[in-house]
Each structure stands twice: as C-alpha cells, then as structure tokens.
Design a protein around this ligand. Structure first.
Ligand SMILES: [Zn+2]
Length: 364
C-alpha cells in the first residue's frame, strides 16, 4: 500500500477544510467573493504546509459554478474536473522539470486565447524558484499586461531564489509550518474516520516527528495504520531516537554524570539509529531547553509543537542545566556534525562532543 493514501484521501478540497494558514485562507476566500483578484500570487513556505493544495482550491474557487461566499462547492462540473486534473483552463506545471523558457513562451502564446469553459484561465507553477532566468523574463512580459482572465499561482519553498522583478509583481503569501495542535487535530480526524486504534502516545510522537509538515505526518500515520503499535515503538519504526530517552540523556549531562551519559549514548549507538537523526533530535531538544531557560513565554510557543508532558520535562531540565554548560554542549554538538561522515565510528564525534562539554564545565 502506498503511504500517500491518507494524504490524498484527506487532502482539503475547499477553503473551509484547510488546516492552519487561517489568515491566508481568509484573504483568498474574501478576494474571490469580492472579485478583487490579483493576476499573480506567490505561495511561499516550507514543504508539506499546503501551498499546492491551496493553489488548487483557489483555482476551483475562481471557476466554480456555485461558490459559497468565495468557497468552491466541490461538486459542480468545474470543481470535479479541476480536482481530477482534467480541466483545460487550469494548467499545472512543475518548474523543476518544465521550467525552461520554451514552456513559458508556450504559455505566452496560449494566454492570448480566452478560457474555454470558465471565467479564468489559471496557471499553477510549482517549485517556481526553478524557473530559468529566461523563463522568468518571459513570465514578466505576460505579467506586465496580463489579459483580464489570466491568473498565475506560483508556489515555492525558496522564495529568496526568485528574482526581485517577479516578486514585485505578485501578491505574496508566506505559509507557516503547522502547529503541533493543528497536525494533531487532522490526524485525530483521520483516525476517527478510519476507525483506527492508534495509541495516544504514538500519535503524539508522529506529530512531534513531523515538525509542522502535515504531509509527513499523514504519511507516517499511513505507515503505522495497520500495525499493532503496542508491540512496536513508533520511533523505532521511523528509525528515530526515543524522545524520552533523549531527555534522560540530557538529564545525565545536566547533572554532570559522565559514566551514565556514556552508558546512555552506547545504548543509542547499538540501536542502529542513524547518528545524524540522533544528533538532530538531540539538538532540537537542547535548543528547546535553552528557550525555556531564557524566555518566559517559551512554554507557550513550544506548546504549538510538542506535548505538555514533554514541556514539563524540558522545563525541569532547563532548571538543572547551567546556561554556559548548555551552550557549550550545543556548540560542541554542532561542531561534531561535520565529523560524523569522516569518523570510522560515526557516533564517536558525538560522544566526544558530549564528554568535552562535561569536562569543560567541570573545569570552569
Ligand atoms: Zn463548484
């Protein structure tokens, strides 16, 4: 079974079904409702946060035969065929594979013709930062005098790579990563509708591992949907270190217990977790400890990505750690990253980083 089942099945089809990005959804829906449409939009932001999904919803909303306050009905002829990708007036292209000047010149010729079955002719260009320079210039020519019925929706994960002249001609929306709560709500909805029995702590871990990328969360849920999770640890399935064990390791480090730290590290090493995953997850937790130590509102901010129980444990750690010790640890760990690939024992640079930080703080 493909691990895209839930992602496809539960992909939002209307503005009201979108998780997160409330502000963007509201502005776009209102613009459709009021008919104040821009000729070019840029949807920018991290992967898996709904850019292409929202682009399609906007395309439907603009051409829907029975929109409800700017939201597509989802069931008219136009909505259905846009959803299936058969609609002639909604053209999707991936600039990563078709971002050359010829493709854009073809668009330039095609925009001269009015839409065949609808009010708007819509071009959705994914990975728009991959458009070649010549293609961008051709696109600019269109955007200088766009026919009234043409709308471009550009999506990109790397807006900083787009040329300023294009950026100056688009209405830009910056997508944010989804919060822990938003990912959780969506997964809960899926587990309910699919009658899946996934333990609560497993769902928590998936939301945590997804780091704000809803698509990743849905794919992970797919992978574990039919496994008896009582027998498996979810982090083992995804080859990630257990958060609880990582926090225990941080506790040993905070309390300057070298032998215990080393024992715990050895346990990670023998569990076949890739050292890069281990390092990333450890650093991500250590960073949260710093935040909790220095910033009063940190618990509030973090509650959007991790569970209450984890915040409580991390807060305790923030009290146990000396700030200098913690920043030294983080610096050493970052430093160790580049040595992992060269070291005959990949975990060794990480071990050394931790032991050095323990030593430095004992001496200071
Ligand atoms: Zn419709």
């Amino acid at each position: 079974m493909s691990s895209h089942v839930f992602y496809r099945k539960y992909r939002p089809k209307t503005f009201r079904e979108v998780s997160g990005q409330e502000f963007i959804v509201k502005v776009l829906q209102e613009a459709v409702h009021r008919g104040t449409i821009s000729h070019a939009y840029l949807l920018a932001g991290p992967r898996g946060t709904g850019k292409t999904t929202l682009a399609r919803i906007l395309a439907k909303a603009l051409n829907c035969l029975k929109p409800k306050h700017g939201d597509p009905c989802g069931s008219c002829e136009n909505c259905v065929s846009i959803e299936k990708g058969f609609f002639v007036d909604v053209i999707e292209m991936d600039a990563a594979s078709h971002g050359g000047v010829d493709e854009v010149r073809e668009i330039k010729d095609a925009v001269e013709f009015q839409p065949m079955h609808s009010q708007y002719k819509i071009y959705i260009i994914d990975e728009a930062h991959m458009l070649s320079k010549a293609a961008c210039n051709a696109l600019l020519k269109i955007l200088e005098e766009p026919p009234r019925y043409v709308v471009f929706i550009l999506a990109t994960t790397e807006p900083e790579k787009m040329i300023p002249t294009v950026l100056s001609r688009v209405q830009r929306f910056d997508f944010k990563k989804l919060t822990y709560k938003e990912v959780r709500q969506k997964l809960t909805r899926i587990t309910n509708e699919e009658s899946l029995t996934i333990p609560d702590d497993a769902l928590t871990h998936i939301c945590y591992l997804a780091e704000g990328c809803l698509r990743d969360a849905e794919m992970m849920l797919d992978q574990v949907a039919h496994i008896d999770l009582k027998e498996h640890n979810i982090q083992t399935i995804f080859n990630r270190p257990s958060t609880v064990k990582l926090m225990q390791l941080l506790h040993s480090i905070a309390t300057q217990n070298s032998s215990d730290s080393l024992a715990k590290l050895t346990e990670f090493e023998t569990s076949s977790i890739p050292p890069v995953h281990f390092l990333r997850d450890l650093l991500s937790l250590a960073r949260k400890v710093v935040l909790l130590k220095l910033h009063k509102g940190a618990a509030d901010i973090l509650s959007k990505e991790i569970s209450k129980e984890d915040i409580a444990t991390l807060t305790l750690l923030s009290e146990q750690f000396n700030l200098h010790h913690l920043t030294t640890l983080i610096q050493n760990l970052i430093e160790s990253r580049k040595n992992i690939y060269y070291s005959p024992i990949p975990f060794l640079p990480i071990e050394l980083a931790i032991l050095t930080s323990l030593e430095e703080t004992t001496l200071s």
